[in-house]
Write a protein that binds this ligand. Sequence first.
Ligand SMILES: Cc1cc2nc3c(=O)[nH]c(=O)nc-3n(C[C@H](O)[C@H](O)[C@H](O)COP(=O)(O)O)c2cc1C
Length: 199
Amino acid sequence: MAASAPDLAAMGAAMAWSWLAGELTAAAGSARHGLHLLTLASVDDDGTPAARTVVLRRVDASGREIRLHSDVRSPKVATIRRRPAVALHWYEPDLRIQVRIAATATVHHGDSVAAESWAATQAMSRASYTTHHAPGTLLDSFPEAPAKPADGDDAGLDHFAVISCRFDTVELLSLHASGHQRVHIHVDRTPVTWDVLAP
Ligand SMILES: Cc1cc2nc3c(=O)[nH]c(=O)nc-3n(C[C@H](O)[C@H](O)[C@H](O)COP(=O)(O)O)c2cc1C
């Protein structure tokens, strides 16, 4: 069945969050899902905004946490450690939804969270953490792809970091020809509530 925009008016706040959390959870587990990739925005030390594509790795709806993976040497990790306010953004054209989350990020490196996530990471993904050059290093030529490590090879673990993003609210915009539906969902409340906003 073709996906279509959710009718938020028919759902209510709790059901809308439950539906979205289900989609995000599915997206973390499938590279084919339209929400698998997102934009992570942060603010550099001088106030310049910086945005980049990342992979959605894990969603804990009740804990209000989204996890991403990154190379600890990448500039964003140092930035986020100093300025943990980040924004997460998705647009999914089949579902015709935009999702925006303002979050506070924590970097896990060399701890149990990083170790557990590493253990669940596939060899193909682990390969990118074995590179000699840190992300953003100036090079004389394009590098070759890193070799796929053998199962159980922890060579990249020293460079592997988990970015944990915690949040209290989620903004969801659902596009409909009959009238767009935009809500600010308070997912930290029991029951979940929302504010309806002009789109
Ligand atoms: C499809 C796609 C997926 C990506 N996934 C990730 C990711 O999960 N984590 C990550 O750190 N960078 C990822 N990147 C690379 C980032 O977009 C970015 O180029 C790199 O992390 C350097 O960012 P920085 O200089 O802001 O630290 C991805 C890029 C693309 C195009």
